[in-house]
Every structure is written in structure tokens, then in C-alpha cells.
Write a protein that binds this ligand. Structure first.
Ligand SMILES: Cc1cc2nc3c(=O)[nH]c(=O)nc-3n(C[C@H](O)[C@H](O)[C@H](O)COP(=O)(O)O)c2cc1C
Length: 188
């Protein structure tokens, strides 16, 4: 929480292709649990691509793309902490996350900004061991390490609860809710 303020403004960003699946459930639950102002957004509400085609104009000043990325940035700049909730798809992190990383690169090129960004980012990852989780975790951990920040990643594996995440609602599992309540508590 920012010193001298009663509230931290938090942004929960859903990286799933579907708005109202497990990632959406997690964010709604976190919003209910936290005492802070918690804004929930779906990454696909913002139409933007990854980088290119270009000649790295962003390095000289500004990106050529005119899309909804600036709208997303306005939200991200406004909020002080982020909860990124993301699923695994086909053994990997969602492409929307990579698009975000690419488009953030001119900002995150600045070491101080990179540190600040990863310090305020908390990741909730839905995925199963043996189905891409290990590799995705390594990728995410590297992002925190490169920024000199300690990792802040919570994993939810449907197979731990005898569930299938494409079919079942993980939020119905008590252990999942307990983990989310703890995460919300740490944010308060
Ligand atoms: C097309 C597709 C591919 C998936 N691939 C993986 C995978 O490789 N590894 C994994 O652990 N889960 C995989 N999943 C499961 C999703 O991570 C899981 O369904 C998650 O709950 C999706 O988020 P949502 O419920 O918010 O939509 C896949 C799901 C879909 C629909």
C-alpha cells in the first residue's frame, strides 16, 4: 500500500480467451475478498497486437500502432498493483500475455521501470504439471529475476483437485478459495 493512503488501487487482468471462466471467477472472488478498490478488466476488451511491422520507432519516441493499447496503459498507469490471472494454452502462456510484454518493451527497457512493474505484479497461473506448467513457470520466474524482483506467482492445478479446468469451476474447491483469500489478505 502506498504510504499515507488508506487504499491501494488494484487492477485484476484476465488473460483467458473466455471472460467468465476460471480466471474470471478468481478475479471476481478476489474483488469480493479485498478491502481495496479492485478493478477487473479482460485483456480482450483491449484490441491490440504484439509488435511489428515497424522499424523500432518506439525506441525513437513512439509506437506507430494506433490501437487500444494506450487505453490499457491508462488503466495500468492508474492502478498501483496488478493481479494477472492467466491460463495455460497448448503448453504455453497465453499469446495475449506475450503481446502485452512486447508492447511494454519500450517502457520495460528502462531498468527502474522494469523493477517497478514487476514489483507491482502478482501472477495467478492456472495449469497442470506435465502440461506446460514447468516451462511457463520458468518463463515467468525469469521475468521477475531479470527485474531483480522476487517472484510472486501462485499456481492452481485442476488435477490437484481431481478436476478438469475446461469443464469444472475451480472456485468450487475450498482449497482454491482458501488460497485466494490468503492472496487477497496479503494485498490488503
Ligand atoms: C485450447 C485449450 C488448450 C489448453 N491447454 C492447456 C495446457 O497446455 N496445459 C494446461 O495445464 N491447461 C491447458 N488448458 C486448460 C486451461 O488452462 C483451463 O481450462 C483454464 O481454466 C482456462 O481458463 P478459463 O477457465 O478462465 O477460460 C487448455 C484449455 C484450452 C481451452
Amino acid at each position: 500500500m502506498v504510504k499515507g493512503r488508506e487504499e491501494t488501487d488494484m487492477l485484476g487482468l484476465n488473460f483467458s480467451s473466455r471472460k467468465d471462466g476460471n480466471c474470471g471467477d478468481f478475479l471476481q472472488f478476489l474483488k469480493q475478498q479485498t478491502k481495496q478498490r479492485f478493478v477487473v478488466k479482460w485483456i480482450h476488451d483491449f484490441a491490440f497486437d504484439g509488435c511489428g511491422p515497424c522499424s523500432y520507432e518506439c525506441i525513437q519516441g513512439s509506437c506507430l500502432k494506433k490501437d487500444s493499447f494506450s487505453e490499457l496503459m491508462a488503466w495500468m498507469d492508474r492502478e498501483e498493483e496488478y493481479f494477472f490471472v492467466m491460463p495455460l494454452y497448448n503448453g504455453n502462456l497465453p499469446s495475449a500475455f506475450y503481446c502485452l510484454l512486447e508492447r511494454l518493451s519500450p517502457r520495460l527497457h528502462e531498468e527502474a521501470e522494469e523493477r517497478r512493474f514487476w514489483k507491482k505484479t502478482r501472477i495467478l497461473l492456472i495449469g497442470n504439471p506435465g502440461h506446460g506448467l514447468e516451462c511457463a513457470l520458468h518463463t515467468l520466474e525469469s521475468l521477475y529475476w531479470n527485474a531483480g524482483q522476487k517472484t510472486d506467482i501462485l499456481v492452481f492445478s485442476a488435477m490437484d483437485y481431481g478436476m478438469k479446468a475446461t469443464r469444472d469451476r475451480l472456485i468450487e474447491e475450498k482449497e482454491v478459495r482458501t488460497k485466494l483469500i490468503k492472496a487477497a489478505g496479503e494485498a490488503d
